[in-house]
Design a protein around this ligand. Structure first.
Ligand code: SAH
Length: 368
């Protein structure tokens, strides 16, 4: 797969209430000839009650309710299939977008928290050979509202008690679905702003519970540091040496391991947020003891206490010859990193039986 930094030109999804800033929401309500306070009512329906259904907006005048809702909340994403695992506590949803582009999101409920994994692009241009999404190429960037609609759906599902365990809230959000979030920085940053804005201006999430995961687009990492919203940054490293990383994460030919790590360290310095290093353990590819040592050294060379490593056993993807490392090799890799004083935790991987785990999202036509 060739690297693709920019999507092919496609039509834009319709503008949606969730694309707008609070001031723009007021302006567009007024442009419809409505009173400005209607914007707050609409925001409350959307961000507090998670609904865009005019039937439920009984505090709006019945004459204009329908028109307001259909103008402000055009249908952007339509669920066409859900798959469940873990007794219904892991749910993968396939969404069709207005132009028939497809993305997936995965909702995971744990005993004491809930996490949504969202897509920020249809497909991905980063071409990592071990990732199913990377094999699709990039279709297009999602709009802010297309991302936020995935989030609203998760809040609504959880609030409605549709996931076993009783009604609850969404606690965590990870940009680890389809796409490279920092290749779609404008929409992703706007999404983050709205995620953390207090209800009813936004979803009132905590920045530290939002993780932006990147292959290492250095300029965008530096910009994210200056955003002033201390989300958690995850860097998908997968190898500590340029030779191998350029094969596994092709963008490494543009920004090297050292440059990506420097940007990650900078992120920590500016935000005070400990950075995560993602490392898919691939049998006989990147799981050698010396690579764990080299990674430990490179991280420590940039200071202590600023980073932790999340190794994850490779999830299988169609057509790939690679497999996960042996358990003993994984244990040794973790032990070596810890030996360097690096906090290291094997990432829990959910949903691999429904192709919903890291690197398995492909939104295939024939899945339907
Ligand atoms: N493009 C961003 C966001 C995707 S996050 C990024 O790469 O960071 C998905 C995470 O799962 C990334 O860390 C990615 O490298 C990892 N991943 C991809 N394919 C995988 C696979 N087959 N097994 C395990 N992890 C994988």
């Amino acid at each position: 797969m060739p690297l693709q930094m920019a999507p092919r030109r496609r039509g834009k999804p319709p503008k949606h209430f969730a694309d707008l800033t609070p001031a723009e929401r007021v302006a567009s309500v007024e442009a419809m000839g409505e009173k400005s306070f209607r914007a707050k009512q609409l925001a409350t329906h959307y961000f507090t009650h998670y609904t865009s259904d005019p039937e439920q907006m009984t505090d709006l005048p019945s004459a204009t309710r329908e028109a307001m809702a259909t103008t402000m909340f055009p249908s952007l994403i339509r669920p066409t299939r859900t798959l469940e695992a873990d007794g219904g506590t892991t749910v993968k949803t396939l969404w069709h977008l207005f132009d028939d582009a497809k993305v997936e999101s995965v909702l995971m409920r744990y005993p004491n928290r809930t996490t949504l994994c969202v897509s920020s692009q249809a497909g991905c241009g980063m071409a990592c050979p071990f990732c199913a999404t990377g094999q699709l190429g990039l279709t297009r960037n999602l709009s802010t509202a297309e991302i936020l609609e995935q989030v609203r759906a998760a809040f609504r599902t959880l609030a409605a008690g549709e996931i076993p365990g009783g009604p609850t809230r969404l606690n965590n959000l990870v940009f680890m679905g389809m796409g490279e979030p920092l290749a779609n920085p404008r929409a992703v940053i706007e999404t983050v702003r709205t995620l953390v804005a207090p209800q009813p201006e936004g979803f009132g999430m905590s920045a530290r519970n939002i993780t932006v995961s990147t292959v290492g687009l250095v300029p965008a990492m530096l910009k994210l540091a200056d955003l002033g919203i201390p989300v958690t940054l995850a860097l998908s490293l997968h190898a500590p040496d340029d030779d191998l990383r350029s094969e596994l994460v092709p963008i490494n030919t543009r920004w090297s391991v050292d440059e990506a790590l420097d940007a990650a360290r900078h992120y920590f310095e500016v935000t005070g947020r400990r950075v995560s290093i993602e490392y898919a353990l691939i049998k006989d590819m990147n799981d050698h003891g010396w690579r764990a040592d080299l990674l430990g050294e490179k991280l420590n060379a940039r200071g202590r206490g600023w980073v932790h490593v999340n190794p994850i056993p490779l999830n299988p993807t169609p057509g790939s010859i690679w497999t996960a490392s042996e358990r003993a090799v994984e244990d040794e890799f973790v032990a070596r990193l810890r030996g360097h004083g690096i906090p290291t935790t094997i990432r829990d991987t959910r949903g691999s039986d429904i192709d919903g785990a890291c690197g398995q999202l492909a939104a295939e036509e024939d899945d339907e």
